[in-house]
Design a protein around this ligand. Structure first.
Ligand code: A3P
Length: 295
């Protein structure tokens, strides 16, 4: 069920998250060639994941193996039983990732403190993507609006929880600031959604450099093309037509591809909500030099 919440270590999560999986990550067997993609939800997880996939596949979307990127490691996985059609097995997604072939691309929304200690021991790479919080919460509202999940995350309460830092996965402010402070570590890279949007080529080249995968001019060109919003939507439609809808739509229903622009928040925030948000933002970001473009 997607209703309700679960708790781990006093932090709230949506009901797709398995507390015992977060616990299991403490001893999760990290490989040195793992590529972790860490985000607060609705910050461009799928976009960054597609870019990394494309970098590993010479810019060809058709050869991508999406086994480890069809969910977040801390979540539940609904596996269709190929021998007994109609039946679905539920299992922790980390168990799928555990037996996947290298190099593994591993998405997670977990705050840094819950990531496996093995990441730093093995110097596995962590790509952190951050997005301006007004668009994050706007994207989230669209995503859950008019859905079952909308029952428990409506706009007003979502906005309040976001500002209070009591939403699922904890405070957005803590989430981004913690990763920002770690950005100089050699196995970590911090990138903003807005920068990816404004200069995709630079973003792709810097991610490839971080991954130590130099790209030919030709391949960069292909990746710029295939990771653009419209082309990625085509790729996702193709994946869906192949019968793998759960890879491209949450719960097989809600597309991860929505508008893909900066400043959607302008159509969602009222003037007073925006003023209140700006006040909270200024206060909570007063101890960091991390800044976002809101348009
Ligand atoms: P919007 O709802 O603002 O359109 P996540 O993958 O973390 O769930 O984030 C989803 C957001 O990323 C959605 O934002 C989605 O449209 C946007 N997105 C997905 N692919 C994108 C792309 N190639 N370029 C720009 N934005 C993209």
């Amino acid at each position: 069920s997607v209703h309700g919440s679960v708790f781990y270590d006093g932090m709230k999560f949506n009901a797709l998250v398995i507390p015992s999986s977060i616990e299991a990550l403490k001893t999760f067997d990290v490989r040195e060639d793992d590529i972790w993609i860490n985000t607060y939800s609705k910050s461009g997880t799928h976009w960054a994941t597609e870019i990394v996939h494309l970098i590993l596949n010479n810019g060809n979307p058709d050869t991508i193996d999406r086994t480890t990127t069809q969910g977040n490691i801390e979540m539940i996985y609904f596996e269709k039983d190929s021998y007994d059609e109609g039946k679905t097995r539920h299992l922790p997604f980390y168990k799928i990732i555990e037996r996947a072939t290298s190099p593994r691309i591993i998405p997670t929304h977990l705050p840094v403190k819950y990531l496996p200690p093995g990441i730093d021991k093995k110097k596995a790479k962590v790509l952190y993507v951050a997005r301006n919080p007004k668009d994050v919460i706007t994207s989230l509202d669209r995503f859950v609006g008019n859905t079952e999940m909308g029952d428990f995350i409506r706009w007003q309460s979502a906005l309040k929880e976001f500002m209070d830092g009591t939403r699922n996965y904890g405070s957005w402010f803590d989430h981004v600031k913690t990763s920002w402070n770690l950005r100089h570590q050699e196995n970590r890279f911090f990138i903003k959604y807005e920068d990816m949007k404004k200069s995709p080529r630079d973003a792709i080249e810097s991610i490839a450099k971080f991954l130590e995968r130099p790209l030919s001019e030709d391949t960069v060109e292909k990746i710029v093309k295939h990771s653009s919003f419209n082309e990625m939507k085509k790729t996702y439609n193709k994946v869906e037509e192949e019968g793998k809808v759960e890879l491209v739509k949450a719960m097989g229903t809600y597309s991860y591809m929505n508008k893909g622009v900066i400043a959607s928040w302008k159509t969602r925030f009222t003037v007073s909500e925006n003023e209140e948000f700006d006040r909270v933002y200024k206060e909570k970001m007063s101890d960091t030099d991390l800044q976002f473009d809101f348009e």
